[in-house]
Design a protein around this ligand. Sequence first.
Ligand SMILES: Cc1cc2nc3c(=O)[nH]c(=O)nc-3n(C[C@H](O)[C@H](O)[C@H](O)COP(=O)(O)O)c2cc1C
Length: 209
Amino acid sequence: MSGSQLHDSIAIAITGASGAIYATRTLAALLERGVHVELIVSEYGRRLLRDELGESAAVDRLVPYLQEKYGDDVRNGSMTLHSNRDLGATIASGSHGCSGMAIVPCSMKTLAAVAHGLSRNLVERAADVMLKERRRLVIVPRETPMSLMQLRNMVVCAEAGAILLPAMPAFYQQPKTLDDLADFIAGKVLSALGFEHALYPAWTGSVSS
Ligand SMILES: Cc1cc2nc3c(=O)[nH]c(=O)nc-3n(C[C@H](O)[C@H](O)[C@H](O)COP(=O)(O)O)c2cc1C
């Protein structure tokens, strides 16, 4: 399935949980497939990009960063960067043809807000729209250990139709690098959004050496 045939656009939200590399790999994989990405980055998401990946991954330099790291194919797609304060943005409305959204990584704060339908900023509102329109919402929470409230918030989101995809890379695919781990989570996100990919080898029934 090629991305742009079934999907008008996909929203990606980056919030302030550790794991910025999961976000950049997911973004690059979608762009490589020619997808139009509606990007929202929370204030702490912006900080995470710089703290974990360096100044060259700052939001205003993200496309050149992705091109440098993942290759020229990221230019196959396109991206609109939305302000997290803009509750009048296209993706704040169910009438916009955004077919799915991933919050990657998702902080416990944003998880709580989605679970309770707060819609205080564009990340929260766009997620709320996905749930009310019965579209795909993929939440990639990262925290450990987790409190009872955090666990309950995940259950509430799952009950409302979201796919909870914790940032838990597997090791059976024999990862050698951090990028291998990021490929695994990004691949899971793409699968959950309905895209085919080859970001990690399919399980064959035994661990390959
Ligand atoms: C370096 C750093 C790492 C953080 N890692 C996490 C994390 O893994 N999970 C989490 O829930 N919050 C984490 N936080 C805290 C969130 O960033 C904080 O709760 C923030 O208010 C989340 O806001 P946002 O969801 O709007 O991005 C981290 C903060 C910093 C500065």
